[in-house]
Ligand binder design. Sequence first.
Ligand code: GLY
Length: 356
Amino acid sequence: MTPRRVSVVGGGIIGLSIAWECRRRGHEVTVHDPDPGNGASHVAAGMLAPVGESYFGERELTELLLESARRWPAYARELAAASGRELGHRTEGTLQVGLTADDLAQLRRLWTHQRELGTPVVSLDSEQLREREPLLHPRARGVLVESDHQVDPRRVVAALRTLVPVRPTAIGSLTELDADADTVVLAAGCASAALAGLPVRPVQGTIVRLRGPVVLRHVIRGYADGRAVYLVPRADGEVLVGATVEERADGHATAAGVRDLLRAATDLVPELGEHALVEVSTGHRPGTEDNGPIVGELETAGARAPRLLVATGHYRHGVLAAPYTAHAVADLVDGRALPLLWAPFTPQRLSAGGAR
Ligand code: GLY
């Protein structure tokens, strides 16, 4: 294998993971980002939830995400060992719960779908649910998804940054990198649209961070009187409440969005009402027309232009998909083919081409 000079555009969790994997395989790598780790990765809750986030009509995406979830435990161990940092990787599982009969009707359809995909969903009676999470509202009913875990994306970014060099350069055009690299990897999330004409759109999300004495043991997600919500407890007492899903990109959290998140959170776990509200953050998920990521090679204009690889459009799944994306892109850098599970997610499937 020939060592490559790789420039990665984008220092979020996807770009940094790719950079680390390429370095581990012996390539020379530089990441370009004026504000590394401060985009979607800074806002994300870090649920590793291929089951909780599997939706109707997305079988191939779920298979890809399940494979990335299988890789996370080893990835977290290796990253923690290489960086000497703790990543907040927690494996207690996720409770999927609802409060009202309508909430549970929605969830039952989802659980049937998740079981049809072969994913593990364990029914709990109300006593078992209360044993696992005593602070849940007594009317809550639900299931345990043992395999849906969590990690703290801010810690992951900090760990990766100890392992890969980042230049604080803002890249206005990919041709700026022609002299620096023989391979360019575009991993710039929503900015990939302007840089390569890829059909990626910002889907805004707001997350609220609470802090207090109440300790939740599991990630909890589901519906509270029709409001979708997830609660992600960190070991240090922080609880993330997410997230809005908005087709806009102004970066403003709205009062109504925050109100709905807090109402759903306190309906499910009333004691969260006593917590301090410590942060409201808003970010942009890189959404695509079919909710799948975009990973593969783009044609370049000139014979002497660097090879152009892309890894973007991870929408709701950037943190979960990072280890497997890094592996797939590093295979391309090595001159190998993409792993088969990635075949449905190349740029060639998209309605807009993406040549530069
Ligand atoms: N993956 C959670 C979210 O996008 O809100």
